[in-house]
Write a protein that binds this ligand. Structure first.
Ligand SMILES: [Zn+2]
Length: 83
């Protein structure tokens, strides 16, 4: 089960789509096998997600970590397709 760290980014612009899970909740949960953690505090932000969930599901620009309040983006290298 791959675990990836997300990339901490500055606060996105006002029109960006930011997922803001409540404390202890995940921003996204799916049927895949990848866990994404906050790049700052390592809190799990997305669990059991697949490439489809992250890149071809509902669009989002960032995830706000409920624990440390930092904004996280999906790591750049994951935008490449490996099919
Ligand atoms: Zn965090």
């Amino acid at each position: 089960m791959p675990q990836k760290e997300m990339r901490v980014i500055p606060k996105p612009a006002g029109d960006a789509v930011v997922l803001e899970p409540e404390a202890g909740k995940l921003a996204l949960e799916g049927q895949g096998d990848t866990t994404y953690r906050c790049g700052a505090c390592k809190t799990r932000l997305m669990d059991n997600v697949s490439h489809m969930d992250v890149f071809h599901g509902e669009h989002f620009d960032a995830v706000k970590c409920p624990k440390c309040g930092k904004y996280n983006a999906v790591p750049d290298e994951d935008h490449h397709h490996h099919h």
